[in-house]
Ligand binder design. Structure first.
Ligand SMILES: Cc1cc2nc3c(=O)[nH]c(=O)nc-3n(C[C@H](O)[C@H](O)[C@H](O)COP(=O)(O)OP(=O)(O)OC[C@H]3O[C@@H](n4cnc5c(N)ncnc54)[C@H](O)[C@@H]3O)c2cc1C
Length: 495
């Protein structure tokens, strides 16, 4: 598959010089209106200008894995919640669309190991620092420095992208911005990476595993890159979009002046249409269904902005001349259950007489699989400090499987108003040598290839920008900014 893409790319390169006056594309299809597809529509409009028609297909709700559910008239996030202060695209989108950044409250965190809390935050910073050093030595600081080292390298992507540079595979992107060190992170586990910098088993079990269970529902066997991105969830100053993160998607689609087509894309066919002058033009026919009605449209460019799950609503790809092979793989199920009520202190090994302080509970691998994490849910419309001070709150329970009513009652006393959202949340990560190509065919791109390195709102926005640049540069044969690897070639690129 990778060879095929590289072949296309080199064919492109070899004839690029001959091409001079290329007409702009007339129409582009984006399949999926999650943050990836919406950001792609925005960046495609920037790259290709106001005249090209952009159609966005969405089979369900705009926002995809960004979604809210309502309890007692208040909306809460049931998909992606937290945005890191260094997520520059998400920050820029919120500012551009006039959306408010709601700071997530500082949580009282606790780690549950199946019997008791092995760690619980104190109200005093100094007490927390002493507790951490007492139990884990300086592992906390070592991990923080490790994360910052690689994050700093990865953040060069913003400079590369503002200079117009883009990449044909996820691996090339990581290598160009961070060299071998960053590119190798997808090939080994975070367990291995952190043990190499001297992190002890106790810290891995009690601090790293719980954050990974919370963010990806997985263990320390996931690749070190997604592990590093997941650990950012433990930082402070996280925020969420006032009114709901999904407003970024609807706002971007509106601002990019797209046509939103409510329908399920079923197949994409590569077509060669003869021209009057005897030449051929290459187009993609996108077939879709809208209820019981079927339709199709043709496009110059197609951006696939959805994960492809084997066996689930497959999109068929067809080219009579050459097979189009698409990487699909298994995703981790994650269920978010919102419940109003008081968390059962006794479930977490606490006595009822003790005040129950934690507002965010993460779990170790020994805690079993009933829940991965539980935290106080923050309404998307209210400032966090408007939450009632009593124990009766809306809790967000994260579990690998749907919770039965009896299980909800074990966790929350007299549960009220239960809302559930089931997700195929993230790829099942493991260290891998496999290259994830963004190019599937001449002008057919897969934005979600990036999910194999890590899947967050910002990663999808970065991938959207990469895909828009790639689509633009390959359309106009401007290939000097494609796969430019300063590290590998020892070149200096002006960024
Ligand atoms: C429970 C949960 C918590 C998370 N927490 C965070 C967090 O705190 N912070 C963070 O940054 N990230 C978080 N994430 C990850 C984040 O949600 C994803 O990385 C991101 O939303 C993926 O966006 P996407 O646009 O690529 O995919 P999606 O949001 O899945 O969008 C794809 C869209 O394509 C549509 N579609 C699919 N097939 C077709 C078809 N055939 N025809 C038409 N339309 C189609 C789907 O309906 C969907 O709307 C979380 C995810 C989950 C599930």
């Amino acid at each position: 598959m990778l060879e095929l893409n590289l072949f296309f790319h080199s064919v492109w390169l070899s004839i690029a010089i001959a091409v001079t006056d290329i007409p702009p594309p007339q129409s582009i299809a984006v399949i999926g209106a999650g943050i990836g597809g919406s950001a792609a529509a925005h960046f495609l409009r920037q790259q290709f200008g106001g005249d090209v028609r952009i159609d966005v297909y969405e089979s369900e709700e705009v926002g995809g894995r960004l979604a809210t559910a309502s309890i007692d008239g208040q909306d809460y996030e049931v998909g992606a919640t937290a945005i890191h202060p260094l997520n520059l695209y998400m920050k820029g989108f919120a500012q551009m669309l006039g959306l408010k950044e709601l700071q997530l409250p500082n949580e009282v965190q606790a780690v549950y190991d199946g019997e008791e809390f092995v760690f619980e935050d104190s109200d005093w910073f100094i007490v927390n620092a002493i507790k951490l050093v007492w139990r884990y030595g300086f592992d906390y600081l070592r991990v923080k420095m490790w994360v910052e080292r690689y994050l700093h390298r990865f953040m060069r992507i913003y400079q590369f992208q503002s200079g117009g540079y883009c990449f044909t595979t996820v691996e090339r992107l990581l290598h160009a911005v961070g060299g071998d060190g960053l590119a190798q992170m997808t090939r080994h586990s975070i367990d291995e990476a952190l043990q190499n910098v001297g992190i002890g088993q106790r810290f891995l079990n009690e601090m790293i595993t719980p954050v990974l269970r919370l963010s990806s529902g997985q263990s320390v066997n996931i690749n070190a890159f997604v592990g590093m991105i997941s650990l950012l969830r433990a930082d402070s100053d996280l925020w969420t979009v006032g009114g709901g993160n999904k407003l970024v998607c609807s706002g971007l689609l509106y601002a990019a002046k797209v046509n939103l087509i409510k329908g399920t894309v079923t197949s994409i066919h590569s077509k060669r249409r003869p021209q009057r002058n005897g030449e051929f033009v290459h187009l993609y026919e996108v077939n879709y269904t809208e209820g019981s009605v079927a339709g199709h449209n043709t496009y110059d460019l197609v951006i696939l902005a959805t994960a492809l799950h084997p066996g689930k609503s497959p999109i068929r790809f067809h080219d009579p001349a050459q097979p189009i092979s698409v990487h699909s793989s298994r995703y981790q199920e994650k269920v978010v259950t919102l419940v109003a009520g008081c968390l059962n202190a006794s479930y977490f090994g606490q006595k009822h007489s003790e005040p129950f302080r934690p507002t965010a509970i993460a779990t170790t691998a020994h805690a079993g699989s009933l829940i991965l994490a539980a935290s106080v849910a923050v309404p998307v419309t209210a400032e966090p400090d408007r939450q009632p001070p009593s124990c009766a709150r809306v809790w967000r329970l994260l579990s690998p499987e749907p919770l039965a009513a009896a299980e909800v009652s074990r966790l929350v006393a007299s549960p009220q108003a239960v809302r559930e959202a089931r997700w195929l949340a993230h790829p099942r990560y493991s260290p891998s040598d496999e290259a994830s190509p963004f190019i599937l065919h001449r002008h057919l791109y897969h934005l979600n290839a990036v999910e194999w390195a890590a899947s967050t709102m910002e990663m999808m926005a970065i991938s959207a920008k990469n895909t828009a640049l790639l689509a633009h540069h390959r359309w106009y044969w401007q290939l000097e900014k494609v796969d430019q690897d300063t590290v590998a070639h020892g070149q200096k690129v002006e960024l």
